[in-house]
Design a binder for this molecule. Sequence first.
Ligand code: SF4
Ligand code: SF4
Length: 160
Amino acid sequence: MPGSKADSRKRSKSKNGNGSRRIWKTPEQRRLERDAPQVIPMYKTEKERRLDEIQKWMDENLPPPETPEWEALCTGCGKCCYDKVWEGDRLLLLTSACPQLDHETNRCRVYAERFDIEPLCLPIGPEIIEMGGLPEDCPYVENYPGYQGPKVVDKSLDEM
Ligand code: SF4
Ligand code: SF4
């Protein structure tokens, strides 16, 4: 019988039970929803996330690039200028070096224009750290947690 106690319990159950409440929208609300610009989430790739993480670590742990403090970190070992090749997902550090490396001083002969002259020359930054291109004792990465540098092999590029 409509209006009885049992009927009111039934109504109350269907309103608040398992399912969600039905919420009616006005035609105007529906129109606004339909016409709203679609926001497409931009998900970063795993590599992009890793590069961001390295950049954050660099910002927090190294002096700003190009400053005297930054430059002073380099011990001048020259190892980052030796040839590297991929073996699987790890780089090998070879005995041959970039033609611009002065073997007497271990310094770059064209330091100021190195990126214009040597297309394979990479700045010290997230990319080279992410690929493990700096030796593990390089001061720019020696404190990076879990850093794995290239595997040193006794071969030149010609012998590979
Ligand atoms: S490996 Fe590091 S310390 Fe050695 S020359 Fe390169 S940047 Fe400098
Ligand atoms: S051009 Fe780059 S890789 Fe070559 S010696 Fe200079 S700094 Fe090293």
